[in-house]
Design a protein around this ligand. Structure first.
Ligand SMILES: Nc1ncnc2c1ncn2[C@@H]1O[C@H](COP(=O)(O)OP(=O)(O)O)[C@@H](O)[C@H]1O
Ligand SMILES: Cc1ncc(C[n+]2csc(CCOP(=O)(O)OP(=O)(O)O)c2C)c(N)n1
Ligand SMILES: [Mg+2]
Ligand SMILES: [Mg+2]
Ligand SMILES: [Mg+2]
Length: 306
């Protein structure tokens, strides 16, 4: 299918918002909600780097949208629309399944496809997505702002996606739930929006709990004391080494945030599970506690691109 035909047949039917103009013009035109600050993010997924080349294309579409919505959630924003960069081989069956999955994912999150670009003839897929959302003025949540005395909190469970990757690679027995944590992350949008204006700092966990916590600490100019044994895991760890593997695996797309001691975080989070895993302290960097004793930081804290 030629590019023009692909856009008309597969993309235009799912780009139904007024802003997208039927994908018939050179760009989208969106009227943002009056008086709101706009929030922008862009993440790329590359085959073999972020997902396995034979992962189901519909799940790849879900993940592409979800990882970007996770960054909007981290900022306490409400998503509105996205722009898609689709570059890869001329594989009509893959693209059909991808766009069908994208339509379902957009529908699930109530987000509009506003436009994008398509490039064929490549060896592997490189998928970009820009997500645009909005926040009430002054309510965007950043990584700076954590204060000594605040509690350190995380949503959901950590390390399951890392186990799911092992399942997908055939290194671990089949487990649908873990596979889904890797292929179909769930951005914490409701929690993020609830935290806006209340949490002192926040971010999403994409590279690994420890490395991302270290970034939050650095951005806030504080130290973070983390009780490793309090970190919620979906599957019990077999020992310290396993526990360290979970908190450095990444791909979690949970929210890591700090809140003043007086805030009832569980009530604020509503149906989203949240766990207090430590505290903000004066100083710098991370300090870990395990079995009631200080534990030296492992050499590797998480995922870093070369
Ligand atoms: N190629 C790039 N061009 C411009 N900004 C970038 C680029 N790569 C990353 N950034 C910005 O650097 C910051 C950190 O990026 P990243 O570590 O990818 O954050 P995240 O894990 O939340 O996606 C973000 O504000 C992001 O927008
Ligand atoms: C095939 C495969 N191997 C390894 C991983 C692990 N992994 C790759 S990138 C990454 C970190 C997140 O990706 P990044 O591009 O840094 O996203 P961002 O932090 O910008 O949201 C992780 C944990 C994976 N997701 N897929
Ligand atoms: Mg990024
Ligand atoms: Mg992020
Ligand atoms: Mg990263």
């Amino acid at each position: 299918m030629a590019e023009r035909e692909f856009i008309a047949r597969r993309l235009a039917p799912i780009a139904t918002s007024l802003a997208a103009r039927g994908l018939a013009d050179d760009a989208a035109v969106w009227t943002p909600p009056l008086g709101r600050d706009l929030v922008f993010t862009h993440d790329v997924l590359a085959a073999g780097v972020h997902y396995l080349p034979d992962d189901p294309p519909g799940d790849v579409a879900w993940k592409l949208l979800a990882v970007n919505l996770s960054d909007l959630a981290a900022m306490a924003a409400t998503p509105a629309g996205v722009l898609l960069g689709l570059a890869g081989p001329d594989d009509a069956a893959w693209r059909d399944a991808f766009t069908a999955g994208l339509a379902r994912a957009l529908d699930h999150f109530g987000v509009a496809l506003w436009g994008g670009d398509t490039v064929g003839g490549l060896a592997g897929h490189v998928l970009g997505l820009t997500a645009i959302g909005w926040v009430e003025p002054g309510k965007a949540l950043g990584r700076a702002g954590a204060q000594p005395g605040d509690g350190l909190w995380v949503s959901g469970t950590i390390g399951d996606a890392g186990l799911g990757l092992a399942v997908a690679q055939g290194r671990a027995p089949f487990d649908k739930q873990l596979l889904n944590r890797f292929r179909r992350p769930m951005p914490r949008l409701a929690l993020g929006q609830a935290l806006g204006g209340i949490a002192t700092a926040g971010m999403d966990v994409s590279d690994g709990l420890l490395i991302d916590a270290q970034r939050l600490a650095a951005a806030s100019g504080v130290g973070l004391a983390i009780n490793l044994d309090a970190v919620p895991l979906g599957v019990a760890a077999t020992g310290l080494e396993d526990r360290l593997a979970r908190v450095t695996a990444g791909d979690d797309y949970e929210l890591l945030f700090t809140a003043p001691a007086g805030v009832d975080v569980a009530a604020l989070a509503g149906r989203t599970p949240v766990t207090r895993i430590g505290a903000v302290v004066a100083g710098a960097g991370l300090s870990l506690n395990h079995d009631g004793k200080p534990l030296a930081l492992p050499d590797r804290l998480g995922w870093e691109h070369g």
